[in-house]
Design a protein. Structure first.
Ligand SMILES: [Zn+2]
Length: 87
């Protein structure tokens, strides 16, 4: 089992779920994946070692959430996908 994970993936997914319809973007699986991939390419990866069972410590997740403007990246990604949807 992999013992490390890029936490930014989960943070971007969560942010996308929070913003949801307010992005005015299609939310089909293809567009969602495109938004997440685009946002991740514009954010620094945040690798952390996982604990047993793949858990990430709460301290790690809240610290990282505050250092990067994830929301801006997701909004920009949604804009890009909205203009060039691939579905
Ligand atoms: Zn779509």
């Amino acid at each position: 089992m992999k013992r490390y994970v890029n936490m930014m993936e989960a943070i971007v997914e969560e942010e996308l779920a929070v913003l949801g319809d307010s992005l005015g973007c299609c939310m089909c699986p293809q567009c969602k994946s495109d938004i997440i991939a685009y946002a991740l390419n514009h954010l620094p990866p945040r690798y952390v070692a996982t604990q047993a069972g793949g858990a990430i410590s709460k301290a790690d997740s809240s610290r990282i959430q505050h250092v990067t403007d994830v929301r801006t990246a997701v909004v920009q990604a949604a804009q890009m996908v909205r203009e060039n949807p691939r579905h």
